[in-house]
Design a protein. Structure first.
Ligand code: ATP
Ligand code: MG
Length: 462
């Protein structure tokens, strides 16, 4: 199926040869049983625009029971929504019965779903024209009732039907519009953009989990800043991530040509890494506006870490993501100088944590780039010194200490809180990081006695 080009730019086509064999087989089987079957949604959009698609969704007139009967291996994935997963040659294909949705009672989920046999009605309930196309690979027929391929060609995200109605039905669609525009590098159609602006406060009613999932996908854009800016312009940002707006229009000092807000966005664009690392880029200077005193931002990384923790907890990010991002924000302000001793480098490694070193260096590189300044040579030198320490085993962790918890336990009486053991080992580790020659069993046992006594004394004074 070939689409006529309007401006001769991209030759958009989809043919059966683009569709994975297992998907063709599913469609062929359903059609041989007298049902209709189409690939639909994201896969059609991505294939037409020359992108590779991973998820191939099929929509059919067959009921979920008929789909289950037609294949040997199926899983009833979303019975309520009529989705059955068909397992064929190691692929999992989601097959959904065509549907038209009833009224949305609360702007979050359809009140009733009734299965229908009409592909155009199924496409009409989809969010954007570029997502509302279906392709029948057996008959080589593209169904595109809303001009999706033309919008794909012109790189436009446009709501199907009346945009305001569509956003009132399902408020998350506003964020999806922004996300698609950002990820695909498209413009949002003006009427669609206006409708988002008018409806933006409704986003407050959407669950944090659904917002988080969209935000995650947005962070995979080449430039997430495009999406964040669209969120700001439409008013969505104020409800989702108002903390970023605190730095909007706030100038910094002679080292920074950008405002706090702009610099956070540029850093996010610059960071290469997973979603969490990009979020760390986006939030790394989020604390600056609150601590600003003239040209100074003392302690912004600590405040920023707290804000990052609040923001990501509110958005229901998993604990490990919250901890990781907050830690990176807190640690991003180290200032390396060549005069650092090896012990200082070891302290740096301990403070940041071996598992976060790659992240912190990438964040700092992006931070610099996000201020439009040339790379920091000191950063490269610190990296070399850190690598040296790691590769020669000169960096020590609790496990490398010449004594362990049992040794310390033997030094203390039964009435002493067990906490003293951990405190003692932590302090001995600090001392050994300072001077590795202390990591000797005899020396440490001797030193441990004093340290234990000190901590017991401390506890008694609490
Ligand atoms: P991606 O998987 O890259 O996020 P996608 O287009 O496949 O893109 P999905 O969320 O997987 O997006 O949804 C599949 C299809 O279902 C969409 O292409 C769209 O047709 C429809 N759809 C998904 N969410 C909505 C929604 N909130 N409102 C209307 N239609 C939707
Ligand atoms: Mg998908």
């Amino acid at each position: 199926m070939r689409i006529n080009k309007s401006d001769g730019s991209h030759d958009m086509r989809i043919s059966a040869s683009d569709v994975p064999k297992a998907v063709i087989e599913v469609c062929a089987r359903l059609k041989s049983l007298g049902h209709s079957a189409y690939v639909v949604g994201g896969a059609v959009r991505d294939t037409l625009s020359g992108r590779e698609s991973i998820d191939w969704d099929v929509t059919t007139s067959a009921t979920p029971e008929q789909v289950r009967a037609a294949f040997d291996h199926t899983i009833p994935t979303g019975a309520r929504h009529g989705t059955v997963t068909v397992i064929l040659d190691d692929s999992k294909i989601e097959v959904t019965t065509m549907r038209a949705e009833g009224d949305y009672v609360d702007g979050r989920r359809p009140y009733s779903v009734c299965f229908i046999r009409d592909i155009e009605a199924d496409l009409a309930r989809r969010d954007f024209t570029i997502n509302a196309m279906a392709y029948d690979p057996i008959d080589d027929r593209l169904v595109d009732p809303f001009g999706g391929s033309a919008d794909l060609q012109s790189r436009i995200v446009r709501a199907v039907g009346n945009p305001e109605d569509r956003f009132r039905e399902d408020h998350l669609r506003m964020l999806r519009a922004v996300r698609f525009a950002s990820v695909l590098g498209f413009k949002v159609d003006p009427a669609t953009l206006d409708a988002i602006t008018r409806c933006s406060t409704l986003i407050k009613r959407v669950s944090a989990e659904r917002i988080r999932d969209e935000l995650d996908k947005l962070m995979e854009s080449t430039k997430p800043s495009v999406g964040i800016e669209l969120m700001r312009i439409t008013g969505l940002l104020e409800h989702i991530l108002p903390e970023l707006l605190e730095g909007y229009g706030v100038e910094q000092n002679r080292y920074h040509e950008y405002t706090i807000y702009e610099h956070n966005l540029r850093t996010a664009d610059e960071v290469s890494g997973d979603t969490a690392l990009r979020l760390a880029g986006l939030l790394h200077d989020v604390g600056k506006a609150r601590v600003k005193q003239g040209e100074h931002f003392y302690g912004h990384e600590r405040v920023g870490g707290q804000i990052a923790r609040q923001v990501l907890s509110r958005l229901k990010y998993p604990r490990r993501v919250v901890d990781r991002v907050a830690h990176l924000v807190e640690q991003h302000m180290f200032r390396y100088e060549p005069k650092w001793t090896d012990a200082a480098v070891r302290r740096f490694v301990k403070r940041v944590g071996v598992e976060h070193l790659n992240d912190i260096f990438e964040l700092r590189r992006a931070d610099r780039e996000g201020s439009n300044r040339e790379p920091d040579a000191g950063l490269g030198e610190l990296r070399r010194r850190v690598n040296e320490i790691l590769s020669t085993g000169a960096f020590l962790t609790l496990r490398d200490l010449a004594i362990d918890g049992n040794d310390v336990e033997a030094l203390i009486g039964p009435d002493v809180p067990r906490r003293v053991i951990g405190l003692t080992l932590a302090q001995l580790l600090d001392e050994v990081i300072e001077d590795p020659s202390l990591n000797d069993r005899e020396k440490l046992m001797k030193r441990a006695k004093d340290v234990v006594a000190y901590h017991i004394d401390e506890l008694q004074h609490l």
